[in-house]
Design a protein around this ligand. Structure first.
Ligand code: SF4
Length: 291
C-alpha cells in the first residue's frame, strides 16, 4: 500500500499563529490594517487577510492615521520611530524569539562587541538586527566568509532565527578563520521551531521516496527545509499551493513525506493531502501520522 507520511510539526509556528490571530482580531474591529511588506511569507494566508482589509505598504508614510501591525520578523528601531510620527495605533506581533535575539544584539552592541550577523541581508529580520547593532556589525551571507579588522577586542556570532544548522556551522567556521577563537562568542539563535522542523525534514527525506515541502517561495524557513531535504533526497519538491501537487509526477513513489514551512496554514496541508488522495485515489488509501 502506498503511503503519505505527514510531518508532526506542520502548520503555523507559534510566532506566525500569534501574528495572524492578532491581525484577524484587529481587522474584525477596525476593518483596516497596514503592514510593511507581507505579514507572513505565504500567499494563501495573505490573500485571506487582504480580503479582510489588510493593506501591504512599502513605505512607512503610507500608514498615516491607520492601524499598523509589526510582523513577526520585527521592525528596525529607526522605522519604528518614523512610524510613530504617522500613526499612534501600532500593534506589535514580533515573535518572542526574534525579540530575544534583538535584545541580545542590543546588549552585545552596548558592550562594544563586533557582531557577525549570519543570514540573508535582504530579510527584514536581519535588516532590523543590523539597525539595532549599529556600526558594530557585519552581515555574513551563509556560504560567504568575512574578513574583519583585527583591531576589535571581542566578537560575537549570531544567526538568523530560521537558518539551517549546517549553513550556520559552515558560516561560523569561515568567520573563525579570520578572528582569534578565544575572543569569539558564538550564540545559537536558531529558533527551536526551525530546528525541530529541520530535523523532521531530514528524517522524512531519508524515510520517504519523495518529500513535499509546502510553503511560500519567499519564506526563509521553507527554503531551508527544501535545502535539507534535497541534500539526502533529490526527489524533494516545494509547492506553494495545494493544486501544484498535481504537476509533480509522483507515480513512481511508494512513500511520500509531507512537511510545511512555519507560515503554512494546516488547512493548506489538508488540501494537499486531499488533492493527493483524489488524483491517486486507488493508490493512497492511508494517511499515516509521522512518528
Ligand atoms: S519560525 Fe521561529 S522565530 Fe520565526 S516566527 Fe516562527 S517561532 Fe518565531
Amino acid at each position: 500500500m502506498r503511503k503519505i507520511i505527514l510531518g508532526k510539526s506542520v502548520g503555523f509556528c507559534f510566532g506566525v499563529t500569534k501574528a495572524v490571530k492578532m491581525a484577524k482580531e484587529i481587522l474584525e474591529k477596525r476593518k483596516t490594517l497596514t503592514t510593511l511588506g507581507d505579514l507572513v511569507h505565504n500567499p494563501l494566508v495573505m490573500k485571506e487577510l487582504k480580503l479582510k482589509g489588510l493593506k501591504v505598504i512599502q513605505e512607512i508614510s503610507s500608514a498615516r492615521d491607520c492601524p499598523f501591525i509589526i510582523r513577526s520578523h520585527g521592525l528596525a528601531p529607526d522605522l519604528l520611530e518614523k512610524l510613530r510620527s504617522f500613526t499612534r495605533e501600532i500593534y506589535d506581533a514580533t515573535c518572542p524569539f526574534v525579540r530575544k535575539v534583538q535584545n541580545l544584539v542590543k546588549e552585545l552592541s552596548d558592550e562594544n562587541y563586533f557582531i557577525f550577523l549570519v543570514g540573508d541581508p535582504g530579510h527584514p529580520e536581519i535588516r532590523a538586527m543590523q539597525k539595532i547593532a549599529g556600526r558594530n556589525c557585519a552581515i555574513v551571507k551563509p556560504g560567504q566568509t568575512r574578513n574583519v579588522a583585527r583591531a576589535k577586542k571581542k566578537w560575537a556570532i549570531i544567526g538568523q532565527t530560521t537558518l539551517s544548522l549546517d549553513l550556520y556551522r559552515n558560516a561560523i567556521s569561515g568567520i573563525l578563520k579570520n578572528i582569534p577563537l578565544e575572543k569569539a562568542t558564538i550564540f545559537n539563535t536558531i529558533c527551536p521551531v526551525s530546528i525541530e522542523r529541520q530535523k523532521e525534514a531530514l528524517s522524512l527525506a531519508r524515510r520517504a521516496d519523495a518529500l513535499i515541502v509546502v510553503g511560500g517561495r519567499k519564506s526563509s524557513n521553507t527554503q531551508k527545509l527544501v535545502h535539507i531535504g534535497k541534500k539526502v533526497n533529490s526527489n524533494t519538491f516545494l509547492i506553494e499551493f495545494p493544486q501544484e501537487v498535481k504537476k509533480i509526477n509522483l507515480a513512481k513513489f511508494e512513500k511520500i513525506g509531507i512537511i510545511s514551512g512555519a507560515s503554512t496554514d494546516v488547512i493548506c496541508i489538508k488540501k494537499v493531502v486531499e488533492t493527493l488522495r483524489t488524483i491517486q485515489r486507488k493508490k493512497y488509501r492511508e494517511v499515516k501520522q509521522y512518528e
